[in-house]
Ligand binder design. Structure first.
Ligand code: ATP
Ligand code: MG
Length: 440
């Protein structure tokens, strides 16, 4: 992508409305724009990051055996009347009427709709287990939308829903998502700790919130400090192994970890003082097992091996991609801007032409840009006629992991500079060596 032809509206000044660093940096880097309270456009640079986050979420959901579909944002109130949640949900639900005066709503979550899909076609235990997910916009009329897309009214959610014949089988489905979440957050460059959690309006019996420790987090959390160094399940984890996944779950729940709603002071005080971590955290995922809470009122049942009908045991599993993007920034930035983990960076490399219009600089940059693009890298080429200082500041602000800098003096020697955004380390090397480093 040539910056001269791209749309990346950088702000020079710090926006006054932003209270936390991630919100400030997302606005300054031209990633998002608020359209009305708590409702955002994702501008091209932000959209690139969001897409990469979603690709990792999708990859790990698929690995764990979940199947992607797409459900609509607008739902009929009827389904919610069946489950009893239409009246229970309260003011967070945006209620709408269509031209025939039929009550509709903008979905805050999809338990009812997916249960309806399930009951319309699954009739036998032989079709279980089943886990269906989508990545879709939600709307919750939050009382206090704030911190940019961290807590917005319209936001994106990956929500998965599992269906099983028995409680034991449902627990295995829960453990699959538990392990998938550990892997997902790790690939996003985050350390998320599963904590015992309250089930809220989703309801249910077993629930964990995945929390990232951050001073700007809205939740107060308490946990054993060893979680910070626990091993993440590897990519060859066997998601069909009941014992294997139970062992992962047992290990990751063996020490104290709870959000303030579930906090037990006495149990926490039993943790040796030096091992206690009491901190603020950002909830990036939440998983629930809720048994037959929706399948019973909505009549979602299958025939079991005993020939009888059984209400299915369900769970639901949410991750917030539009909250994850700012959460990653909270965890990874410095005073110059964002420092993206390579896995979600909007571009892999930025090529900075320090003197656009200078033939040698232009030729060198074009050569590098073409070679790296051909090798499948996402390259941003700063070919604008801004001053070099402005270009460096922009590159640091948008946090692309690698900068290749071509200035007249180095280029005259057949060389460029390669800078690592995270460490700030700079290395001068031949043009060929710079290309080869990233093509290999
Ligand atoms: P919170 O406690 O932060 O209000 P919640 O418990 O209501 O969230 P869930 O229903 O568990 O949220 O939703 C699953 C995930 O969706 C959350 O873990 C979070 O990542 C994301 N999410 C929920 N509400 C918002 C929001 N208003 N803005 C952005 N992301 C959200
Ligand atoms: Mg929650």
């Amino acid at each position: 992508m040539r910056l001269s032809r791209y749309f990346m509206p950088i702000l020079k000044e710090n926006p006054k409305e932003a209270e936390i660093v991630s919100h400030r940096l997302m606005l300054r880097a031209g990633m998002i724009r608020q359209q009305s309270q708590g409702i955002y456009s994702w501008l091209p640079l932000g959209k690139r990051v969001l897409d990469k986050v979603n690709a990792i979420i999708r990859d790990e959901q698929n690995r764990a055996g979940a199947i992607e579909l797409s459900m609509p944002t607008l739902q009929s109130a009827e389904l919610w009347q069946e489950s009893g949640r239409y009246d229970a949900y309260g003011k967070e639900m945006l209620r709408i009427k269509d031209r025939q005066d039929r009550p509709m709503l903008y979905g805050p979550t999809n338990e009812e709709m997916v249960t309806d899909i399930f009951r319309s076609s699954v009739k036998s235990y032989k079709d279980l287990p089943l886990n269906l997910y989508h990545i879709q916009l939600k709307f919750r009329d939050e009382i206090r939308p704030r911190f940019g897309t961290m807590r917005s009214r319209e936001f994106m959610m990956k929500d998965a829903y599992s269906f099983d014949l028995t409680r034991e089988a449902a627990e295995h489905s829960y453990n699959k998502m538990f392990a998938a979440y550990l892997r997902t957050f790790d690939r996003l460059g985050l350390r998320a700790i599963p904590m015992r959690a309250d089930t809220g309006p989703i309801g249910g019996k077993l629930s964990h919130e995945f929390i990232i420790l951050a001073d700007t987090g809205e939740s107060e959390v308490f946990c054993h400090k060893d979680f910070v160094d626990f091993d993440i399940p590897g990519e060859h984890t066997d998601f069909d192994s009941v014992e294997g996944l139970q062992a992962i779950f047992d290990k990751w729940t063996s020490l104290y970890a709870a959000t303030s709603e579930m906090h037990d002071e006495a149990a926490f005080n039993a943790v040796p003082e030096g091992d206690r971590l009491s901190a603020r955290g950002i909830e990036v995922g939440h998983i629930f097992y809720f048994g037959t809470k929706y399948s019973e009122p909505m009549g979602a049942k299958v025939q079991g091996p005993d020939g009888k009908e059984h209400f299915v045991h369900m769970g639901s599993y949410g991750i917030g991609p539009t909250r994850l993007v700012p959460a990653i920034i909270e965890a990874s930035h410095d005073d110059k801007g964002i420092i993206w983990p390579a896995s979600v960076a909007p571009f892999d490399i930025v090529v900075i032409n320090m003197k656009a219009g200078d033939q040698a600089c232009d030729d060198t940059c074009e050569l590098i840009y073409a070679a790296l693009t051909k090798a499948g890298k996402d390259v941003l080429y700063d070919d604008t006629d801004d001053r070099a200082g402005t270009k460096f500041a922009t590159a640091d602000l948008i946090g692309v992991p690698v900068q290749i800098i071509a200035g007249p003096r180095a280029v005259a020697n057949g060389e460029v500079e390669v800078k690592d955004r995270k460490t700030g380390a700079r290395e001068t090397m031949t043009i060929e060596a710079a290309i080869n480093r990233f093509v290999a």
